[in-house]
Design a protein around this ligand. Structure first.
Ligand code: ADP
Ligand code: ADP
Length: 237
């Protein structure tokens, strides 16, 4: 069974500036993301990638169609149920979105606090995550003291804290130089291999897809215009 199953998903936004016409951000998308996939979603700016991610993360409802996570229909679930679903989904961002007033360990501990873990449970879990991302010596540093690559590794540790089955990476390497990008992608590969976490990588960069994804969907104008195994989609006809 697919971990994420999108069926004929459409998302429209009102567009008063267009004389009442709607913007179709995601247009009739049908896509299965299987457990263990590293699924790339590529497309130009405005193609609908971020909207698709917000729909999968249940941050916004679809206008029509069905979105199942782990066999459960998200459309129509009450907010408190959606919050539980979101605990099973980690997210990392282009600008890292770390809490600047919290230390590295405070950032990683945060989702665990929200999930109700005790201090005694949080400390060893944070230590384990710091070790996994190679930042044990930075536990008490603040984000501003870190390089971009280190910040994203904190982002990854925080996203993994509650052991999600799905990790959504929205342009997660777009603010990094090529070398740091490769380091972060290698870490994401380990997340996939060692923990079996399914990863969805949103990007406008072909290189990122080539180096990490096993499957890819190409988006344009809100639609998925092609999808499948990376080598099939991108091999010359
Ligand atoms: P991408 O992530 O591929 O750059 P987006 O999902 O951000 O694309 O945007 C897809 C389309 O939907 C764009 O035309 C964008 O302007 C529009 N859009 C996205 N979010 C909103 C919103 N909250 N309100 C109105 N229009 C939006
Ligand atoms: P903040 O960053 O919010 O100012 P701290 O840096 O003091 O706060 O850490 C916040 C949380 O980090 C605490 O809840 C604590 O349990 C947890 N924590 C994570 N790792 C450790 C560790 N190795 N030793 C002690 N506390 C830790």
């Amino acid at each position: 069974m697919a971990l994420v199953a999108l069926k004929n998903v459409t998302k429209t936004y009102p567009a008063p500036e267009k004389g009442g016409r709607e913007v179709v951000a995601v247009d009739d998308v049908t896509l299965d993301i299987e457990p263990g996939d590293v699924y790339g979603i590529i497309g130009y700016s405005g193609a609908g990638k971020s909207t698709l991610v917000r729909l999968v993360n249940a941050l916004e409802p679809a206008s029509s169609g069905s979105i199942e996570f782990d066999g459960r229909e998200l459309t129509g679930l009450p907010e408190r149920e959606l919050r539980k679903v979101r605990l099973g989904i980690g997210m990392i961002f282009q600008q890292f979105n770390l809490f600047t007033s919290k230390t590295v360990q405070g950032n990683i501990a945060y989702p665990l606090k929200v999930a109700g873990w005790s201090k005694a449970e949080i400390a060893p879990r944070v230590a384990e995550l710091l070790e996994f991302v190679g930042l044990s010596d930075k536990a008490k540093s603040y984000p501003e003291q870190l390089s971009g690559g280190q910040k994203q590794r904190v982002g990854i540790a925080r996203a993994l804290a509650t052991s999600p089955r799905l990790l959504l990476a929205d342009e997660a390497t777009s603010a990094l130089d090529p070398e740091t990008t490769q380091e972060v992608l290698e870490l994401l590969k380990r997340v996939n291999r060692e923990f079996g976490v399914t990863i969805v990588v949103i990007t406008h960069e072909m290189d990122v897809i080539q180096s990490i994804a096993t499957k890819v969907a190409v988006m344009d104008g809100g639609r998925v215009i092609e999808n499948g195994d990376v080598f099939e989609v991108f091999s010359a006809p």
